[in-house]
Design a binder for this molecule. Sequence first.
Ligand SMILES: Nc1nc2c(c(=O)[nH]1)N[C@@H](CN(C=O)c1ccc(C(=O)N[C@@H](CCC(=O)O)C(=O)O)cc1)CN2
Length: 293
Amino acid sequence: MTARIIDGKATAAALRQDVAKAVETLKADHGVTPGLAVVLVGEDPASAVYVRNKGKQTVEAGMNSYEHRLDAATSEEELLDLVRKLNADPAVNGILVQLPLPAQIDSAAVIATIDPAKDVDGFHVINAGRLATGLPALVPCTPVGCVILARQVHADLTGMEAIVVGRSNIVGKPVAQLLLNENCTVTIAHSRTRDLAGVCRRADLLIAAVGRPEMIRGNWIKPGATVIDVGINRVPKDDGKTRLVGDVAYDEALKVAGAITPVPGGVGPMTIACLLRNTVEAACRQNGIEPIL
Ligand SMILES: Nc1nc2c(c(=O)[nH]1)N[C@@H](CN(C=O)c1ccc(C(=O)N[C@@H](CCC(=O)O)C(=O)O)cc1)CN2
C-alpha cells in the first residue's frame, strides 16, 4: 500500500484565493483594507524567508503589509515599545512577531504585550484560554492548518483516536484542543511518554510535532492511519548541502499510512495561508463586521 499524499501547497493556494475574495468584499462593502504588521528581530535566514513570504502573500491577497526589521541587538524594551505602537495603530489589524527571538528577549513578555484582538498568531494567553473554553478566538495558524489537511481525508473526524506527539504551546496543545472540538479522542504524547511507539500505533490520526528529524518510524504507524507531519528540520546531506525532513520517516511511513503530509509541501504552506485568514478575521471583528471566511 502507498499512502495518499496530502497536498498542502495546493490547499494553501486555494485558501489564499478565498482570503483574497474576502478582502475584495471587505474593501467594496465596508471600505476596510486589512493590515498585517510582521516584526523580525535579527538575521536568522529561515525566519527572514518566512517573513518575506508573509509580506508577499499578504500583498497578493490585497491586504496592507507592514514589515519591521530590527537589529539582532534590539533590547526587549525597544521591541515592546514597537509592539505598543502597533497595538495603537488603527491601520494595523494583525501583529506577528517572528519566533524565535534573540536570547536577550523574553518571547512570553512580547506575546503578552500584543493586543489579543490583533494577535493573529493566537499565542496570547487570552486567545489560548478562549480556545480552551470554546469561546471565539484567534487560533494558532499551524494547528488550524493541520486540521484543515486532516479534514481533506476525513470530512468528519468524530470518534477518531488522535495522538499528538509534542506539547508546545504553539502547536501541540492548540492542535489537541482543536481535535477535541472535532470530537476526536485525543492523547498528547511527548518524548518522555512511556512506550511512545506503542502509543503512536493506536492513532487513527497521528500529528507529529516533536521537532526531532524522522523520529517517528514506519513501524510506529497503524496501517491506514492519517499522518500529519508538522516537523521542518534541516539536516545535512552527503554533498555538504542540507535538505528538509519532517518528524516522520517519510519513506517508511508512505508504505504503512493511509494518507500523509510531505515535508516540504505539507503543513508549512498552510501556516501562512491561515495567518492571512486570521488577519481578515481580526479586521472583521475590530470593525464590527460578521466573519466572512
Ligand atoms: N510568530 C511565529 N513564528 C513562527 C511560526 C509562527 O507560526 N508564528 N512558525 C514557524 C515558522 N513559519 C512561520 O512563521 C513557517 C514555517 C514553514 C513554512 C513553510 O512554508 N515551509 C515550507 C518549506 C520552507 C523551506 O524551504 O524552508 C514547507 O514546509 O513546504 C512557512 C512558515 C516558526 N516561527
